[in-house]
Design a protein around this ligand. Structure first.
Ligand SMILES: [Mg+2]
Length: 311
């Protein structure tokens, strides 16, 4: 019997997708940060749809503060909506919890989720509570974007440059419960980015997703990757660069801008935001690989690196 561990997340998704019907009102089906749907053929906006689970012992440890768990549940869907260059609108939150869970824990989860949602215009309009062996929050989010303007993973072209917001690595040291989803930046990037993804599986894996969907190679310069303080300080044998490439859950935006617009882009970014934005590589002709170029010119393929959901 084939298990999820045998085939991994991507193959499992592929097998499920083969069972899904296609619809003429579906602009982008499974495989991007959000699905994109259009309610009428002449509609002037598209809706982006996403859902994410946050599960005890997978996405947080049992001692994690409930406010942080709520923040993470909403932050993850906000980050996916941002990665489509859309504006957050509504969300539903389901909580599944063991019967012995104190009611205050539930209240704290919501008091962690609600301020972040409100800050970004995401209105919680419902959800459900059910019994479970394990504490789980399942968030479903909807965002809006002008029709046809969602930025997809598939738009990177040779000659584009790769950029990433913030710094990367070791978010498990704490940042994964308190990160700031790049919502304003994502919507702003609609005018610049040819492709975009949020860094959830790790820079290497997410660059490989863009490369595969765009049918190009993404070449990262190892010396350019912005390393988080946590990655630099990690008390283990893994290099800060490998933390940045593989850890995941940074929830920064990874995107591409045409090379000829990059100078104009960089000055526009600096005028618009205080947030660090780093050029980390380029897009070249290729076959869907993420490559890492060291200072000495050595090239290594990164596909397969990153968080494996059933590894
Ligand atoms: Mg995503």
């Amino acid at each position: 019997m084939t298990t999820l561990a045998d085939i991994g997340e991507l193959k499992a998704i592929e097998r499920i997708c083969a069972l899904l019907p296609a619809g003429s009102d579906v602009i982008v089906g499974p495989g991007d940060d959000c699905a994109v749907v259009r309610s009428r053929p002449d509609a002037d906006i598209d809706w982006v749809l996403t859902s994410d689970p946050v599960i005890c012992n997978t996405h947080f440890t049992p001692d994690a503060p409930p406010t942080g768990i709520g923040h993470k549940a909403v932050g993850r869907i906000l980050s996916d909506i941002a990665a489509m260059a859309a504006a957050p609108r509504w969300c539903l939150l389901n909580v599944a919890a063991p019967v012995g869970t104190p009611v205050t824990v539930l209240e704290e989860i919501y008091s962690g989720a609600t301020p972040l949602a409100s800050k970004h215009g995401l209105c919680t309009v419902g959800g459900d509570i059910s019994q479970s062996a394990n504490l789980e929050i399942h968030a479903f989010g909807v965002g809006a974007v002008p029709a046809g303007a969602a930025v997809l993973r598939s738009g990177a072209r040779p000659g584009d440059l790769l950029f990433v917001t913030g710094s990367l690595g070791c978010s498990s040291a704490g940042r994964h419960l308190s990160f700031e989803p790049r919502v304003r930046e994502g919507a702003w990037l609609r005018d610049w980015a040819t492709s975009m993804i949020d860094v959830s599986d790790g820079l290497a894996a997410d660059a490989a997703h863009v490369a595969a969907m765009s049918r190009v190679d993404c070449e990262l310069e190892s010396a350019a990757v912005p390393l988080s303080d946590a990655a630099r300080a990690a008390p283990d044998d893994i290099t800060p660069l490998d933390h940045a490439l593989r850890d995941g859950e940074d929830f920064e935006l990874l995107f591409t801008v045409p090379g000829e617009r990059s100078e104009e882009f960089t000055s526009a970014w600096v005028s618009a935001f205080d947030l660090q934005c780093t050029r980390i590589g380029r897009v070249i002709e290729g076959t869907g690989r993420a490559l890492c170029v060291s200072a000495d010119g050595t090239v290594r393929a990164l596909n397969g690196a990153g968080y494996a959901h059933f590894g």
